[in-house]
Design a protein around this ligand. Sequence first.
Ligand code: TRP
Length: 450
Amino acid sequence: MSAQNEAQREQWTSRLGFILAASGSAVGLGNIWRFPYVVGENGGAAFVVIYLAIILLIGYPIMMSEMVIGRKTQKNAVGAFLNMAPGAPWWVIGALGVFSGFVILSFYSVVAGWSMAYMVKALQGFTPGMDFEGMFFDHILGVSGPLVWHAIFMAITLGIIGAGVVKGIQRTVKILMPALFILLLVLAVRALTLPGAAAGVAYYLRPDFSQISADSFLTAIGQSFFTLSLGMGCMITYGSYMNKGENISDNAAWVVGLDTGIALIAGFAIFPAVFALGFDPGQGAGLAFITLPAVFASMPFGGSLFGFLFFALLSVAAVTSAISLLEVVVAWLVDEKGMPRVKASLIIGAIIFVVGIPTFPTIMGDFSFLGGDVMDTYEFFANDIALPLGGLLMSIFVGYVWTAKKAQEEINTPKGGIFVGDWFGFLIKYVVPVAIAVILVMGLYSKITG
Ligand code: TRP
């Protein structure tokens, strides 16, 4: 069974196909919904500086590690470790990843569903004086509305994954990623040309380090893993559909660069507008759904149209990421359990849909854990714990078990692209694990002691 599956294993048909798929995975709600509000809550530019340092020193080496493990083994997240370290428990990293994929996609789909619902709300018109806070809470406190959109979003996701790597994933990202770039640029130009936009730009670019705490570092590392789709074997899985002639260091640089660039531009599309129209950037998770509709409503012209374009952008970005989360789980079932792809997509899609339902505030209203609701709790375990832990274990695996030397050699084959010298070994053996461990311990301590 498994030999037959290997013979039929699909591959991206071009380098562009891979880069678009992997950057489609990376660019998502994390960039457009989460990044701006996390920046807003953590002191603007000071947080951005920490975030960029983590992306470069931790994100890039792990991105290359995941991709090269995938390309070398041509296996899913669990199978890759079984293949490289037979008889050793390193496959647990992949298993943790498959589990995180479940949890992340379950709340991801709920938020993506809000975004699709807001496309419709924008078309119905955002007008000044509307109560956008009331609108948002009415929506998320409802059951049937969010449930229907959550179901539609999961159906789209599993439809694409069921269709396969080339006909499903690659075909979708080739259409949606260019659309996403164009939408984002239109929105950034609109925001930057509003009178008073400069105050938002200043906030975004001028660091205020007094706002930074140990918690900010944990948030920054969690955000970095989340936005780059790292720590759960997503890039192992996508890398496993790469042919062995593909370059790793350049492809990883493209994905990291596109993801970071798009998050930064999303900030330019949001903060100038928020400041120009006199709103508060530290709104939290409601920034995109409460503050921005109010911002669109108070634009001198075209507010509802730009509102629609924004939520279309957010929904598109979410689809190309959600498919990568589902693919991690489906690839595991297909490779390791011999389950047909369509059946795996349907079963897992249905389970994830159900697991997402408790995040509706109305369903588990009195739940509270460390001061957060169900969605915060899912996010906390997945983003703040499972992903950094996955990254930590991967760096130990690559640096010491496989060994950095061998990893470097494999990354540099075939020749060409950014040369991966001993700096990689230094980062993956020392900087990455120590930084993650310190940030995890300090951040969790400060979180738990409040
Ligand atoms: N990176 C995506 C975002 O920013 C979310 C995502 C997709 C993800 N696949 C992942 C996060 C794997 C962590 C791990 O929205």
